[in-house]
Design a protein around this ligand. Structure first.
Ligand code: SF4
Length: 606
């Protein structure tokens, strides 16, 4: 009897995300990478999805600029109109001095920031980065003043890996500059690629200044918040808008959220919604327009805004002031109407040489996410999409880092370039440091899952290394390769503080990994050079690991103390004090723990 079956896997030519092609997975089912085209790292279209635009930022040059053919070394590839030439370059008027990364890319220049991004994203050359910037599909948000501090340039766009943003900022009710700087450090520790200062309380200017000086990642702001401190929204005018933008641009802010897509004719559609306008900027500007019976002031002075941003190379994050605030309001007339306005603003910003990304929703049912991503790709000609979540259900407040990271994974796969994190405090209060950690980790999971699915070269390498360590029951390497080693180690040791051929999940006799390792014809688990020998008691918990177990509240304080103080060597404990010393244990318990402690080196029989 033949067991042969001919599985027809839907391989479409995407890169295998494993550099070494280890393991049995044949690779990604996504489209071929096509770096330099509109389908760079893209998902196959479900029937009915909008196709990519045939335009790019090359179609929206400033007046007086012309395109000419160039050599491979001095020109850009990647234009959507091949008849213009394989490599092209823009020629600016004679006295023109380029400032922004977009202007330099159009002129065929490779900047130090492009070189740095290439070093950080080893699947992209500096020339490919330049070409993607020139096409408007990639941005390097790097204010020329922030580059004088500690900014480490990064890129946002489909050709690069998926990025995550962490929001912070004091509210009128809670927090202050020191706390927000601490949250910034914490978010950088947990992998945030950019941070937004959304302060609406405290000393906004000092907080922004401190965050810019402290951060190695780009800082974004929503400048309208600062414009209305101490005044009513109705009093906002062009002079206030431009002054604040000039001030923040000179401070070093890398990208501005400007809600210029909200127009008066969108507002009647809001009446049909369950939850109206949920964007602060969107609701404030709607109120201004209704009060004055005039168009959005961010639109009427949009050219002047572009001129200020160009002078400092501040990138646009064109804000979605009408994003849906609940599943029922998703993909409605107001949201999509605003997106269409944002597309026109994208074209205008490009004619000013300003880099652009576009903000997106919000709360979107899972089945509508692909359409939302691909509609933006079409309307905005491939400009990077930066989405908030989206949340795929509304009934889990307290867990919205999870509801949204599910949507964010789909968004990352179908077209988003940056995912704005959502923390467990979303809808409920201002995030604390641990909420920042939880939000960052949820979104690193979403971004990484999307990158592996898209077949971005090398993105699966660490997963494969960890799988091999797991198969070999090499616990320490397993933890070292984990994104959060302290949590992994603490949870393992909570049940069994011994590194051996099983864990407390199944126990010795039922451990399938141990059994697989013993089956001779499997290569599984036979890691070259790894021999743990006899079972070893793990080292004492670090302070971080101890804190993790204390927060869980599963073990009693004496048990945690025992895990945290079991070796003098590991802890560097004071020799004059018993390692089991604690206010939590009696003398008798301390003596028993001490006896265990003395025998910590090796457990030969389990
Ligand atoms: S005991 Fe179960 S969970 Fe633990 S390593 Fe073995 S198979 Fe995995």
């Amino acid at each position: 009897m033949s067991h042969e079956q001919n599985w027809s896997l839907p391989l479409r030519g995407a890169t295998n995300p494993s550099t070494h092609a280890d393991g049995t997975n044949p690779g990604s089912f996504a489209n071929p990478p096509q770096i330099g085209g509109p389908l760079t790292f893209s998902s196959p279209d479900t029937p009915g999805m909008p196709p990519p635009s045939t335009f790019t930022a090359w179609d929206f040059l400033p007046s007086g600029w012309v395109i000419e053919c160039a050599t491979k070394e001095t020109g850009c590839a990647g234009h959507n109109h091949p008849e213009i030439g394989e490599h092209i370059r823009a020629v600016a008027p004679l006295d023109f001095e380029p400032i922004t990364q977009l202007e330099k890319a159009r002129l065929g220049l490779i900047t130090p920031e492009m070189e740095r991004v290439s070093a950080r994203e080893d699947h992209l050359t500096a020339a490919q980065i330049r070409d993607e910037i020139a096409a408007g599909r990639l941005i390097i948000p790097a204010n020329i003043h922030h580059l004088n501090h500690q900014l480490d340039p990064m890129a946002i766009g489909r050709a690069s890996k998926t990025k995550i943003n962490a929001n912070m900022g004091a509210s009128p009710v809670s927090s202050g500059t020191d706390e927000e700087v601490e949250k910034l450090r914490w978010s950088q520790r947990w992998g945030a690629d950019t941070a937004m200062d959304l302060s609406t309380g405290g000393d906004l200017d000092a907080c922004r200044e401190a965050l810019i000086r402290e951060s190695t990642v780009p800082i974004g702001t929503v400048p309208i918040y600062s414009m209305i401190i101490g005044r009513k929204i109705e009093d906002l005018n062009e002079e206030i808008i431009l002054d604040m933008l000039e001030h923040q641009a000179a401070q070093g802010v890398d990208y501005f959220t400007i809600h210029a897509g909200v127009r008066p004719w969108h507002l009647p559609a809001i009446e049909k919604r369950l939850i109206g306008i949920v964007s602060r900027g969107g609701s404030l500007l709607a109120k201004w327009m209704i009060t004055h019976d005039q168009d959005n002031p961010m639109v009427t002075c949009f050219d002047k805004i572009c001129q200020i941003m160009r002078q400092h190379d501040v990138s646009f994050s064109l804000g979605d002031g009408l994003r849906p605030g609940g599943l029922a309001d998703a993909s409605d007339e107001a949201q999509l109407g605003e997106l269409s306005e944002i597309a026109k603003l994208t074209e205008i910003a490009w004619t000013h040489g300003v880099q652009v990304m576009v903000e997106g929703p919000g709360h979107v049912p899972f089945d509508q996410i692909e359409f939302n991503m691909k509609l933006q790709r079409q309307l905005c000609h491939g400009a990077p999409f930066y989405v908030l979540g989206p949340l795929v259900t509304d009934i889990f407040p307290g867990y919205d880092h999870i509801t949204s990271c599910i949507g964010a994974t789909a968004a990352g796969y179908h077209g988003a370039s940056m995912l704005c994190y959502v923390t467990p405090k979303e809808h409920l209060g201002l995030p604390k440091a641990d909420d920042v950690k939880q939000g960052c980790i949820a979104y690193k999971i979403a971004a990484h899952a999307a990158d592996v699915a898209l077949g971005i070269p090398g993105t699966r390498d660490r997963d494969d290394e960890l799988t091999k360590a797991r198969a070999a029951l090499n616990w320490q390497k397993h933890f070292d390769l984990s994104f959060d080693p302290d949590t992994a180690r603490a949870l393992h040791d909570e049940d069994l503080d011994v590194d051996t051929d099983f864990c407390a999940m199944c126990g010795h006799d039922w451990c399938s990994v141990r059994i697989s390792k013993e089956i001779q014809q499997f290569a599984s688990g036979k890691a070259e050079g790894f021999d743990r020998g006899a079972a070893l008691r793990s080292a004492a918990l670090t302070d971080e690991q101890k804190e993790i177990l204390e927060k869980r509240g599963i073990l009693d304080p004496a048990e945690i103390h025992k895990l945290a103080s079991k070796t003098h060597k590991a802890t560097g404990a004071n020799e004059e004090k018993a390692s089991c010393h604690s206010d939590h244990v009696s003398e008798e318990q301390a003596r028993q723990l001490q006896a265990l402690d003395a025998n910590e080196e090796e457990i030969s029989a389990l």
